[in-house]
Design a binder for this molecule. Structure first.
Ligand code: BG6
Ligand code: MG
Length: 217
């Protein structure tokens, strides 16, 4: 029986994946680097400095550590401008009913986010209380695709990894869930999340019949 759900944040519970893209796109344009939505797929779930490195590789640019830190800071400032305008209306449809169903079924919930801004986004959405445990990249040494963040959540919840379902929109995140020995529920397109055990288009597709099926895995 499944005893815990561990959720990614950006792109799973709210559309901040788009805000990350817009902020990186602005930076890439400034640097004269072509950066498409397809390129952005590789950045999903990857931490801030890792994402910057990928963009610099795309543009075959080599910068000093100081320059990179400045650019990462600049991207974050741009991202925070977008987050500032967020409200509970930005929560994806179906999230609150899903958490009610999980609570009613006695399933524990955790957040596993690679973002250093996760706590702020949770506050903007007014959902910190939904989670039994929150792990973000301030707490974790090895980012996704390493399983550390998912294993940390499982341990904090007191649930064995094989009794956890991880929910992710990013290939790096799905890899992390599978490496943690959990069931991976992908959010997005099956062709982009080939390692996932099941892919649904959005959290809203996780209706009661599907949830009942997943809980008895
Ligand atoms: C992940 C996003 O959740 O957080 C990535 O999928 C992002 O796109 C990463 O780069 C780090 O976010 P932040 O807010 O710490 O820069
Ligand atoms: Mg994500």
């Amino acid at each position: 029986m499944i005893q815990a759900f561990i959720f990614d944040l950006d792109g799973v519970l709210t559309d901040t994946a788009e805000y990350h893209f817009l902020a990186w796109k602005q930076l890439a344009t400034q640097l004269g680097i072509e950066f498409s939505r397809a390129d952005n797929e590789l950045l999903k779930g990857v931490d801030r400095m890792g994402s910057l490195e990928l963009i610099l590789q795309l543009g075959q640019k080599q910068l000093s550590v100081d320059e990179k830190l400045k650019l990462a800071e600049q991207k974050n400032t741009e991202y925070l401008k977008l987050v500032e305008r967020m409200s509970p209306a930005d929560l994806f449809p179906g999230v609150l009913p899903l958490f009610s169903s999980l609570k009613a079924a006695g399933v524990k919930t955790a957040l596993a986010s690679a973002s250093k801004n996760a706590a702020l986004v949770l506050q903007k959405l007014c959902i910190p209380a939904l989670f039994d445990y929150v792990a973000d990249s301030n707490l974790i040494k090895n980012g996704k695709p390493d399983p550390e963040i998912f294993l940390t959540c499982a341990q904090a919840l007191g649930v064995a990894p094989e009794r956890c379902i991880g929910v992710e929109d990013a290939p790096a995140g799905v890899t992390a869930i599978k490496a943690a020995g959990m069931y991976a529920l992908g959010i997005g397109e099956p062709h982009a999340l080939t390692q996932a055990d099941l892919v649904i288009p959005a959290v809203s597709a996780l209706d009661q019949p599907l949830l009942t099926k997943l809980l008895t895995l």
